[in-house]
Design a protein around this ligand. Structure first.
Ligand SMILES: NC(=O)c1ccc[n+]([C@@H]2O[C@H](COP(=O)([O-])OP(=O)(O)OC[C@H]3O[C@@H](n4cnc5c(N)ncnc54)[C@H](O)[C@@H]3O)[C@@H](O)[C@H]2O)c1
Length: 312
């Protein structure tokens, strides 16, 4: 079976995607610099290379016979991107440019890229399609959008699929990081203290998509010919307010409550996906319902709760 390169393999989504490719019989080479990922997340069977993809020395260590690149490595928080925008650019965009060069030199079949809803910025209250204009509000979003642009520039030499993921949640999310992942941040606080601090108003809305659906999307994006050259939203098409999410969590964890304080820089006030293209090109339908996904996430989180070390 072919060899695939999965970057960000020690992270939340990358580790799940790697697990799926291993199950399908692929050989998986995984790269991660362990800046936010954990070595314990990497599934057994992955040929692991520890290194920063912004450095050509790391690229040089990757075997030359990977047929696909699934590029999930990156600094993944809009909030953190303001701390050091140059570092964000290096981790996300320079890394991708290095991988594009690797892909062209080694005649890789395709690269699938982890983009984000953050590319859209402030939008109207309606499902947002891929043709909507992009005006990112965070340094993170700017980097993701620039990276998409580089992929388009090299499309003729390296076919791509761009996946603009919305809010992904589920088991494996880092419960100790209170600056990354809305669902995991709230769940971790509810479990640790029963008190959820919400940065920003509860009328904001999002499209929360469960990890298993995201893994399926990545697998199809990497293997379906109908995906090639496409930029696709990865969401459910369901609008959920932050208040509704909090109510779900407080119902699942009796005794927990929330309070609103401050805001997150570069936060989008509301956004959810038009998933017409996702359904059409990847033949996807029937996404996991939030009540179901949250319950599974909570069961997993309870098992790991003793290890939660909140470092806000
Ligand atoms: N989680 C979401 O809701 C979401 C939504 C949209 C887009 N994304 C994107 O999907 C990707 C995966 O997100 P995640 O939630 O799994 O985040 P994550 O932080 O759990 O995983 C990212 C991984 O990349 C590694 N990494 C970062 N920079 C690197 C570099 N320069 N070289 C090598 N490794 C590096 C980290 O150590 C980490 O293991 C990211 O690119 C993120 O921006 C995530």
């Amino acid at each position: 079976m072919a060899k695939v390169l999965i970057t960000g393999v020690a992270g939340f989504i990358g580790s799940h995607v790697a697990e799926r490719f291993l199950k399908e019989g692929y050989q998986v080479v995984g790269v991660d610099d362990l800046s936010s990922g954990k070595i314990t997340n990497i599934p057994g069977g992955v040929e692991f290379i520890q290194g920063d993809l912004a450095l050509l020395a790391t690229i040089a260590r990757i075997p030359r016979d990977c047929r696909k690149i699934l590029h999930l490595a990156g600094q993944s928080s809009g909030e953190i991107s303001f701390d050091d925008p140059v570092a964000d650019l290096e981790k996300n965009t320079v890394s991708t440019l290095n991988l594009i060069r690797y892909g062209i030199e080694n005649r890789v079949e395709r690269i699938v890229y982890a983009s984000s809803m953050s590319v859209y910025g402030a939008v109207e209250d309606a499902p947002i399609s891929e043709s909507h204009y992009c005006q990112p509000l965070s340094c993170y979003g700017v980097g993701k959008y620039a990276t998409e642009g580089y992929l388009r520039v090299y499309l003729n030499k390296l076919p791509f699929v761009v996946l603009r993921m919305f809010n992904v949640y589920g088991p494996g999310q880092d419960l100790s990081n209170l600056r990354q992942g809305m669902v995991s941040i709230y769940l971790a606080q509810a479990l640790a203290s029963g008190q959820i601090e919400v940065k920003g108003n509860v009328e904001r809305f999002r499209d929360f998509v469960y990890i298993d659906d995201v893994v399926e999307t990545w697998f199809r994006a990497a293997t379906y010919s109908s995906a090639l050259g496409k930029t696709l939203n990865v969401g459910t098409g369901v609008k959920t307010t932050v208040g509704e999410l909090l109510e779900h969590i407080c119902t699942l964890i009796p005794g927990s409550s929330y309070y609103v304080q401050g805001a997150t820089p570069g936060d989008q006030s509301g956004i959810y996906a038009d998933v017409t293209q996702l359904k059409k090109h990847l033949d996807l339908d029937g996404f996991t319902q939030m009540e179901v996904g949250l319950r599974v996430f909570l069961d997993w989180a309870r098992k790991t709760a003793s290890n939660i070390d909140i470092n806000s």
